[in-house]
Design a protein around this ligand. Structure first.
Ligand code: GDP
Ligand code: FO1
Ligand code: CA
Length: 316
């Protein structure tokens, strides 16, 4: 089957590893991952793409699984020097190996390559087994509008303030003029299945759906669109997605997130929704919204358990 996955960083990369393993079992590894670029930023003159890098590193097997970002076994010599200069952000660490990625990317962007072309070039280094596309080639970095009126880059709000400053809204300046990256709409149109990874619904999947044309492509495709809940038992498994959901008026529950995405039959993007076994009681609520509810174990402990979830999503 031709599979398209919409994904953010940590939840997105764990799920993507599972999709790759599941498709290998079927002997048909043809998948495209459309990655959130709302987390991207310029820092110390280089372009960072945190979610893109998380997925690339994870598929290549060189990611730091403990921290959830960056390269395994990285060192911080350059970072110490940047801090000594007072450059960059004192709360934001750029690892030495990771900086190699940012320098390569920034160099190629300066030479005129698009983000899509840069990502294709980076993917040549490792046999990733899956095609990665940024959601758009436009710079639409997420900003957080705070209750007190201040506006911060998403990364400052997330890493420096650990999402503890009450957000009023999330914005992606310029996104109304953005277009899907080349290949994104085509991949969705030609897919047999489209999967929404168990990623942050607000700041990972949200920006992808906000790129004009992507939501329409999801609504028009003949593929089934299946989402996997990032919420288990009313809690985010990891991270601070609950703060983001509260800010946009969505309860932190598997059913509420499904309703937020909405049924394709009612103007939304979902045909089916994978709920954790712990949330089986919420199935009728999901079905009442016109979305088929499928109960499955949703803990991604390793590649094996992620593959089982991906298989359940593909069956749905
Ligand atoms: P980020 O970009 O690094 O924040 O990662 P994503 O947006 O891709 O995913 C973050 C979300 O993944 C979190 O809000 C969690 O709810 C979800 N998540 C992480 N691990 C698991 C897991 O094992 N199972 C499920 N169902 N969701 C998970
Ligand atoms: N997260 C942190 O909590 N602290 C950091 O110093 C940090 C550095 C960093 C550098 C490159 C990169 O690609 C990601 C990095 N992250 C860091 C993770 C990242 O800021 C966020 O967790 C994600 O953007 C949210 O998905
Ligand atoms: Ca992210």
């Amino acid at each position: 089957p031709r599979v398209v996955v919409l994904a953010g960083g940590v939840g997105g990369s764990k799920f993507t590893l599972g999709v790759r393993a599941a498709l290998r079992r079927l002997g048909a590894p043809e998948a495209t991952v459309v990655v959130n670029t709302g987390d991207d930023l310029w820092l110390s003159g280089v372009r960072l793409q945190p979610d893109v890098d998380s997925i690339t590193y994870a598929l290549a097997g060189v990611n730091d699984t403990q921290r959830g970002w960056g390269r395994a076994g990285d060192t911080e010599r350059v970072n110490e020097e940047l801090q000594a200069w007072g450059a960059g952000w004192p709360w934001f660490t750029l690892g030495d190996l990771d900086l190699g990625t940012h320098l390569a990317r920034t160099g190629w962007l300066r030479e005129g390559l698009t983000p899509t072309q840069v990502l294709a070039r980076m993917a040549e280094r490792w046999p990733l087994g899956i095609r990665l596309l940024p959601m758009t080639d436009s710079e639409v970095d997420t900003h957080v509008l705070l209750e007190d009126g201040r506006r911060l880059h998403f990364q400052e709000w997330w890493t420096r303030h650990r999402a503890q400053l009450p957000p009023r809204a999330f914005e992606n300046p310029g996104i109304p003029d953005a277009t899907p990256a080349p290949g994104v709409a085509e991949a969705i149109a030609q897919a047999d299945a489209v999967l929404l990874a168990p990623s942050n619904p607000v700041v990972s999947i949200g920006p992808i759906l906000a790129v004009p044309g992507i939501r329409d492509a999801l609504r028009a495709t003949s593929a089934r669109v299946v989402g996997v809940s990032p919420i288990i038992s009313g809690r985010v498994v990891r991270g601070m997605a609950d703060v983001c959901l509260t800010a946009i008026g969505v309860e932190t529950s598997a059913a509420a997130v499904a309703r937020h995405y909405g049924a394709r039959s009612a103007g939304g993007v979902l045909d089916a929704w994978l709920l954790a076994e712990e949330d089986a009681a919420a199935a009728p609520e999901v079905e009442a919204a016109g979305i088929r509810a499928v109960v499955a174990p949703l803990w991604m402990r390793d590649e094996e358990t992620s593959a089982t979830i991906a298989e359940a999503a593909l069956r749905a």
